[in-house]
Design a protein around this ligand. Structure first.
Ligand code: ASP
Length: 335
């Protein structure tokens, strides 16, 4: 029988009603006792790492989860992390950079309804997650509502219904129906994972709206060493006064800037419009192309933990990790 380590972090799946709303109160053993089927699939050890709404999780918690997996990696066949859905896509992306090429499955799951609610999705998601941890392919993935989504490609796209997550700009890896695993894509892995233990958290995200004050861009480039800018459409920066100069000043101070789009699907291409070509051809910038914002933010934290040099950052950013970025090869982007 396979041996799986379950890591509890909180979230709705482990929540109970309190006077001030749902709050994570149940531990991993209590979750498992509500789903006896899991005991027939595998042997499970539990670690209760956090008991937090995922709104409260920060990069230090991502590092804590990665450290726990690293310390216990050899003793288990796979890992299941129970987690709140709200920031699960960020944790999945961060773990994809902190633990690369894992031959063993590392699975995140959670639920939209607590485990003791009638009609909860918790039991199905937990069972599917353990099933995938026993039989699925290596790497970091989210198992939710019968879908298996790459950790670098997940985004929460529904706030209430059971189909909470979508796979962005990449097909789902597998489906799980009535405990049958249909593995359409297996990600290649190495004989052993590569672990990283550093993230530089001086990274901000600026979402543009029509009329954004360029002083906000200047402030964020003052405040953060790395900045992801969610622009419009295929990407660009407003031509009205203030933006270009603020961006250039940031680049000249060594800030690492990633241009991306707030459009959910198909990604950026700064070469199309003047507002994109102007910045792309005159400033040292990175472009997220088909990456999710969650992955772009976490990849920037990961690479800034290793370098601040633009050429090295560019090489690391465009080198695909767990299929997080596929488009630069098509666009002829240097890497
Ligand atoms: N607020 C909860 C969390 O992310 C939502 C959930 O788990 O579905 O922890």
């Amino acid at each position: 029988m396979k041996k799986i380590l379950m890591i509890g972090t909180g979230g709705t799946i482990a929540s109970d009603v309190t006077a001030e709303g749902l709050a994570p109160e149940l531990n991993t053993e209590q979750l498992l006792s509500a789903v006896p089927r899991i005991g027939q699939l595998c042997r499970v050890d539990c670690v209760q790492l956090y008991a937090l709404d995922s709104t409260d999780l920060r990069p230090e918690h991502w590092l804590g989860i990665a450290r726990t997996i690293r310390e216990r990696y050899d003793g288990y066949d796979g890992f299941v992390i129970s987690h709140g859905t709200d920031t699960m896509a960020y944790t999945a992306a961060a773990l994809s950079y902190l633990i690369q090429d894992s031959p063993k499955p590392i699975v995140l799951t959670g639920a939209q309804k607590p485990i003791w609610f009638d009609g909860t999705d918790s039991k199905r998601n937990l069972t599917d997650a353990f099933l995938y941890a026993c039989r699925g392919s290596g790497g970091v993935q989210i198992v939710f509502n019968g879908k298996v989504i790459l950790g670098t490609r997940a985004r929460k796209t529904f706030s209430k219904s059971f189909q909470a997550f979508s796979s962005v700009n990449h097909p789902e890896l597998a489906l799980i129906q009535d405990e049958h695993l249909l593995q359409y894509i297996s990600c290649p892995s190495a004989p052993a994972p590569v672990f990283y233990d550093e993230l530089d958290t001086s990274v901000g995200l600026l979402k543009l709206i029509p009329g954004t004050d360029p002083a906000l861009l200047a402030y964020m480039l003052d405040r953060y060493d790395g900045l992801v800018i969610e622009s419009f459409g295929v990407g660009g920066l407003p031509d009205y006064p203030g933006f270009y100069d603020a961006l250039r000043a940031g680049v000249e101070r060594g800030r690492l800037i990633v241009m991306t789009t707030q459009v959910p699907n198909e990604g950026s291409d700064l070469r199309v419009y003047h507002v994109g070509v102007r910045i792309k051809s005159t400033l040292q910038l990175l472009e997220a192309y088909d990456m999710t914002t969650e992955a772009a933010v976490c990849k920037l934290m990961w690479l800034m933990g290793q370098t601040r040099d633009f050429a090295q950052a560019e090489r690391l950013f465009y080198r695909p990790v767990a299929r997080d970025i596929l488009y630069p090869a098509v666009a002829g982007q240097t890497s």
